[in-house]
Design a protein around this ligand. Sequence first.
Ligand SMILES: [Zn+2]
Length: 404
Amino acid sequence: MTRQKGTNNQDVKRQNKLLILKMIATGNGLSRVDIANTTGLTKMTVGNLISELLEEHLISEKSYDTEYETENKYGRRPVTFSVSDQSPCTLGILIKRELCQLIIGDLSGTILDSITYTYESLGNAMELLDLLYEGYLLLQSRTRRKIIYIGISSVGPIDTSKGIILNPPFFYGIHDLEITDYFTKKTGLPTYLINDANAGALAEKLYGMMGNVKDYIYLHIMNGIGIGIIINDVLFEGSTGQSGELGHTSINYAGPKCDCGNQGCLELYANVHAMRESICEYRSQFPESPLSSMEKPIWEDIVKAANTGDSLAKMVLAEYCSYLSHALISVLKILNISTIIAGYTNPGRGTFIEEVLQTKLSNALLFQNFGTITVKHSFFDDNAPLIGSISFINNKIFNGELPI
Ligand SMILES: [Zn+2]
């Protein structure tokens, strides 16, 4: 009995230590008093655990500016803490259809170095793996920090439990790629895989705007549509990590057949190609629109024009949002979630997409006694899945699933 109690005490101590590490890593200059007040732990316990974290070089004391001291005669500014520049890091990898990115990031979500490789096509899976391994070697040679994990955020569908990229549509025929096995064997580092939208959801939770929001959906709408679902502060990944494939839910049971085998999938209607076709069809009615004179407007052109009030852009993007909201309404209703955070490339500061989605979803759910629907733009613009490649590893560390 005594022994078991001792083990439990050790567990509690470890959990408290990880909680403090997480607060320091995701907070902004916290002091011992801040941490004690927030956690409810005694100042002595906080002090002891912070001493251990300092000794392990996971955190360091923040130097405070002298200006503050001269202005404030009545007290010293409390010592605050941040993640140590000697602490270990994670190599994060983002795999998309047109590019892959590699980053080195620490527990605070700070990106220390990065490489991007773009491609129009890939010959086979080995070409992709060679490229990623080359990037790993290059980043490793440029850093003095220790890399202890690899996190891979990828287009889906994937199987997280087995670390396999299954069969993403339009991905140059690459399928059943055992990517975590490959990296573990090549580098000796434990490697984990996550769906890109799920990674984005965790990036927002740890380092973005969603730290205090318990339930929300991260919606990624670039080159495919996916969602990451956070319920009660925890990512819902499903049995094999394939949750959130919103783009392949049907919005028309009699619609055309999709590559995934389903009929009338959302992505068949809500995509840049379809918006381009609408622009072609209506451009003669909107000669003043900048889109009318473009041979092949891309996503950024359409979003930028809509945000500056262009009628043609607003029309086609509103149609895109209509399809999107049809699929989203079902999800919001089933899960009773009322906050969405949208990630996509937004050249400028406009929020046309967020406003249209918020209005459409609010109107549809008006009679459901739902709370107010909120749709915000991602803190990371379109980069949440990239930051997510290190966020999901850091989340495992803070939860005690992975040792540090
Ligand atoms: Zn489909």
